[in-house]
Ligand binder design. Structure first.
Ligand code: TXA
Ligand code: MG
Length: 339
């Protein structure tokens, strides 16, 4: 049985939060909202609790978790030292959607949090519910995205229920996650620091604060992934996804060609593209602003699973700024396939 605890972003939720903290102290898991996506949290010092995260998600055990904190002082409990450039980035971007890979203090966390690595990913979310909850907890909370492994990340409590109902005791429902794409991950244990996963803290923003940054090319290196999770298939709805720049002249012809082969096409795009041929239209919203599109992407991919369709054509965007993070997730969802 999964209990959904509703909290009001602006109200006093101390009782509800205390219930979740007690649940964590007892070695149980609970999902909670962050500004990026919902996370599935547990006490990072308790190996049995962490094992429940891997179990509920069906996550491979070699894929380490990110640790979440509510206050910066918590870092010293489990980080060996904070490199200078990490200090600069933390000052600029925390609380917020930046995960810093830092040297782990040996023995400070359960070994299965970092999947045996000597480094650990840490982030301080800016979502008011996450911050209050993590501050009250005052313990490191390991939390991957609260989806079943391989599914699109959850941007609403209903998505968490879809994937994990009956598998976890609690979900804190704090409304939709606003950014909608997971945090930017930067490894500060190498010099220059390396971007492991693009997100809404962009390369340009990072470079302006820390100077040089190693590129994201390594993300595609399947043999030696630096963020182990990047080697797994991700974000995939049930039907195959094809990417397309919807302003291209031949898009209409290509979609009609699919339909003439008897394939029912779901078009995932902003409302201005409703005029293109489709059997189902899944809206990414009215606005073509990349932030708005990003915040809707995972929900749209999930919506496709409810529709009688055979193939998904999804709008592609220029890989610049946040568009880089959006295209990184879209390319994974599509397995690199284009219309
Ligand atoms: O926005 C987010 O980051 C969300 C919310 C819940 O905070 N969390 C999230 O976690 O996306 P997850 O587990 O779905 O993705 C974490 C990624 C994985 O690809 C993992 O391999 C990588 O971070 N990672 C974790 N620890 C690492 C480490 N020590 N070195 C390199 N990569 C690491
Ligand atoms: Mg994930």
């Amino acid at each position: 049985m999964t209990n959904c605890v509703h909290v009001d972003r602006n109200g006093d939720n101390t009782k509800s939060y205390q219930q979740i903290v007690d649940n964590w102290l007892q070695g149980e898991v609970a999902a909670f909202p962050t500004e990026t996506v919902y996370g599935l949290g547990a006490d990072a010092r308790n190996a049995q609790a962490i094992a429940k995260i891997y179990e509920a998600k069906g996550r491979p055990s070699d894929n380490p978790l990110i640790v979440h904190i509510g206050q910066i002082e918590q870092l010293q409990g489990f980080i060996d030292h904070v490199p200078e450039k990490a200090k600069l980035a933390i000052e600029a971007f925390w609380p917020g959607p930046l995960t810093a890979i830092l040297p782990l203090k040996s023995g400070a966390l359960a070994e299965n949090v970092s999947a045996g690595l000597s480094t650990v990913g840490v982030r301080m979310p800016s979502h008011p519910v996450a911050r209050e909850l993590l501050t009250l907890a005052n313990m490191p909370i390991a939390a991957p995205s609260a989806n079943r492994s391989g599914k699109p990340s959850p941007t609403a409590a209903s998505h968490v229920l879809e994937d994990l109902e009956g598998r976890i005791p609690y979900i804190v429902d704090g409304g939709p996650a606003t950014a909608g794409l997971e945090s930017t991950i930067v490894d500060f244990t190498v010099e220059p620091p390396a971007l492991l996963r693009p997100g809404s803290i962009t390369e340009e923003m990072l470079i302006s604060v820390i100077g040089e940054l190693q590129g994201a090319g390594r993300l595609r290196d399947q043999d030696a992934p630096k963020a182990p999770g990047m080697k797994y298939t991700h974000y995939a709805p049930e039907a195959p996804v094809l990417l397309a720049f919807l302003d291209d002249e031949d898009v209409t012809d290509k979609i009609e060609q699919l339909r003439s082969q008897g394939k029912r096409v779901a078009l995932v795009a902003t409302d201005s593209y409703r005029g293109l041929p489709h059997d189902a239209f899944v809206s990414l919203g009215e606005s073509n602003e990349i932030e708005a599109v990003s915040s809707r992407l995972f929900a749209a991919l999930r919506e496709c699973n409810q529709l009688p369709i055979d193939v998904i054509v999804a709008a592609a965007y220029p890989a610049e700024g946040i568009g880089k993070a959006l295209m990184n997730r879209l390319e994974k969802a599509a397995g690199g396939n284009w219309l």
